[in-house]
Design a protein around this ligand. Structure first.
Ligand code: CP
Ligand code: NVA
Length: 318
């Protein structure tokens, strides 16, 4: 039997479908699909049992070149809770054979590829060669699955996303980039404050500015944390040294010190919640006091990785 034509045992015709069979970066989901994904996530979170067999007989390949707790486990749990299963492989993806061969092996065994990679090029190449959906589980440039959980967490907390202000303070990295491509399309005003020299990628920033203008939201990129935090409803930070940049860690610890999210900084946004994708380095980008405070939603974000990824898998595979 061809695994790709096995009938779904669950009536899936009412589920929204992703129009592009890849989630290589944030913009592979349209604005409308993003809204649909958030709605579907809320349904899944409320009634998980209703979808327990929706992806029966479907398998995911998880290829991870870098460590992971949340992303790996939530994808494994997501597919299992939908009736499917996953296989996992760690280490460099294209060391023993070209990516185009890896892609054409995996598509014969599994219905989607979830990859965490050093280079975005690896995701693009997998997506180019695989006939099954390829999902970016973090690259040097993007972390689109994280952004889905982050905006869902904000929606749960605030009800309405349009008009919220999110302040991202720290490194202009993959997590910041995905927020820049996602938040404006949901009506969220976003301010990103980084040290000089650590601003987001200029091309991604230009794309995000275009999206913000088209969606009537504000996107600010600054080196001043106070400007970013003024009027913020949520303050987000991430590690100063992302995976792959370890040899810059000492230098980054010096440069990023004024951008630490501590109690004093949080006073600049007295009503804001605190967000972090985790893992966190307490004492570096955030203090223990802030991450453990009642304003911190970090474990809600972590939980919501599961629910948003279930919605993503349903939209891609059902
Ligand atoms: N936030 C996140 O992606 O966590 P992991 O690196 O543990 O997957
Ligand atoms: N920016 C971090 C995110 C980890 C989930 C990194 O790339 O290491």
């Amino acid at each position: 039997m061809n695994i790709h034509t096995a009938p779904a045992s669950f009536p899936t015709d009412t589920l929204p479908k992703a129009s592009v069979r890849r989630f290589a970066w944030d913009l592979d989901l349209s604005q409308e699909e993003l809204v649909q994904l958030l709605d579907l996530t809320a349904t899944l979170k409320r009634s998980p049992a209703a979808y327990a067999r929706a992806l029966e007989g479907r398998y995911l390949s998880l290829l991870f070149e870098k460590p992971s707790l949340r992303t790996r486990l939530t994808f494994e749990l997501a597919i299992k809770q939908l009736g499917g299963d996953a296989v996992f492989s760690s280490g460099p993806i294209a060391e023993r054979e070209p990516l185009k061969d890896v892609a054409r092996n995996l598509e014969r065994w599994t219905h989607a590829i979830v990859a965490r990679v050093f280079s975005q090029q690896t995701i693009e190449e997998l997506a180019r060669w695989a006939s099954v959906p390829v999902i970016n589980a973090l690259s040097d440039l993007y972390h689109p699955c994280q952004a889905l959980a982050d905006v869902f967490t904000l929606k749960e907390r605030f009800g309405e996303l349009r008009g919220l202000k999110l302040a991202f303070v720290g490194d202009g990295n993959n997590v910041a980039h995905s927020l820049m491509l996602t938040a404006p399309r949901l009506g969220i005003n976003l301010a990103v404050a980084t040290p000089p020299g650590y601003a987001p990628n200029a091309e991604i920033a230009a794309t995000a500015a275009g999206l913000a203008a088209a969606c009537g939201t504000e996107l600010t990129i600054t080196t001043d944390p106070a400007a970013a935090l003024a009027g913020a409803d949520a303050v987000y930070t991430d590690v100063w040294t992302s995976m792959g940049f370890e040899r810059e860690a000492a230098q980054r610890r010096r440069v990023f010190q004024p951008y630490q999210v501590n109690a004093q900084l949080m006073e600049m946004a007295p009503n804001a919640v605190f967000l972090h994708c985790l893992p966190a380095k307490r004492g570096e980008e955030v203090t223990d006091e802030v991450i453990e405070s009642p304003r911190s939603l970090v474990f809600e974000q972590a939980e919501n990785r599961l629910h948003t990824q279930k919605a993503l898998l349903l939209m891609m595979l059902a």
